[in-house]
Design a binder for this molecule. Structure first.
Ligand code: UTP
Length: 288
């Protein structure tokens, strides 16, 4: 039985909704309290048993490469000052046994194209895709752990979904299909950013996928779709004609950190849960 050991992080988008913050710095390096979005995503993958992190980066994303590199000077400095706890935090950015691969997407041609850029690093095995700007919090098993469990049972592609307000269907890939078990359905239909009257259901695809390698050949043939981009959703629509694809409605709260509102909600709620800050920050909010 194969399981999931590799995760692709497509982080080559332009992040236009956060300009000017994202002019020189990657959107995925924006921090929620004290940790960049990309690190939350990497930790989610590691907890799910993934040991190879594949980052598809763009022109302004060198900070992501630096973040996952060894920081010799900083580590030496912290060691000299006996700042052991901080030193450990820096070292834990990439835990033992985890390796990182970086690939350039030379042009932002869309999420489907970004995933295709990872083909050589993934090879012929199933893999996860995590969009770091969809930050998902859960007290129990994290979203990717839940999805790997579904993959292990069905040995087929799985897409993470969530119920959204129908008026927002034109921001998401929308899916529909018959129920298989609690939280799990087969994907019969999947459409990128449909108008509310054309959406097949209120189930939206959020930034978590487990895909079989058959997706690569399909993406090579996928033409530009919504927004003139090569859409992963269109690739998945073609994949489900050859293989079973499942939609899994995960447990957890999702924050759309690609939008200012979602980013602020995540900041407030993570601060309220943060050991060092929760009491003081809650007091501050009450008095605001
Ligand atoms: P978004 O739709 O959020 O686009 O991409 P964006 O460029 O990051 O942000 P805005 O809309 O301009 O503010 C969804 C995910 O797909 C990646 C992005 O980095 C993000 O993780 N992506 C998108 C790529 O890696 N390459 C692309 O060509 C497009």
């Amino acid at each position: 039985m194969t399981t999931i050991k590799k995760a692709v992080f497509p982080v080559a988008g332009l992040g236009t909704r956060f300009l000017p913050a994202t002019k020189a710095v990657a959107k995925e390096m924006l921090a929620i309290v004290d940790k960049p979005l990309i690190q939350y995503a990497a930790e989610e993958a590691e907890k799910a048993g993934i040991d190879t992190l594949i980052f598809v980066v763009g022109r302004t994303k060198n900070s992501i490469i630096d973040h996952f590199d060894k920081a010799y000077e900083l580590e030496n400095e912290l060691a000299l000052r006996n700042k052991d706890a901080l030193l450990q935090i820096v070292k834990d950015t990439v835990p033992e046994g985890v390796s990182c691969v970086f690939i350039r997407q030379s042009e932002a041609l869309g999420l489907g194209h970004a995933v295709l850029c990872a083909e050589a690093a993934v090879g012929n095995e199933p893999f996860a895709v995590i969009l770091p700007d969809d930050l998902i919090h859960n007290e129990g098993d994290n979203c990717m752990q839940q999805m790997v469990a579904v993959y292990n049972k069905y040995q087929a592609s799985v897409i993470g979904t969530q119920t959204v307000n129908m008026s927002e269907s034109d921001k998401y890939g929308m899916v529909a299909g018959p129920k298989v078990e609690d939280r799990l359905a087969m994907v019969d239909e999947i459409i990128e950013k449909p108008a509310p009257e054309e959406a097949p259901s209120d189930q939206a695809v959020v930034g978590r996928y487990i895909l079989t390698p058959a997706i690569f050949d399909i993406l090579k043939r996928t033409e530009r779709g919504a927004g003139g981009e090569i859409q992963l959703t269109d690739g998945i629509a073609a994949l489900r004609k050859c293989e079973e694809v499942y939609a899994y409605s995960f447990e957890g709260t999702r924050y759309d950190c690609g939008s200012k509102m979602g980013y602020l909600q995540a900041t407030v709620e993570f601060a309220l849960r943060h050991e060092e800050l929760s009491e003081k920050f809650s007091e501050y909010l009450k008095n605001l």
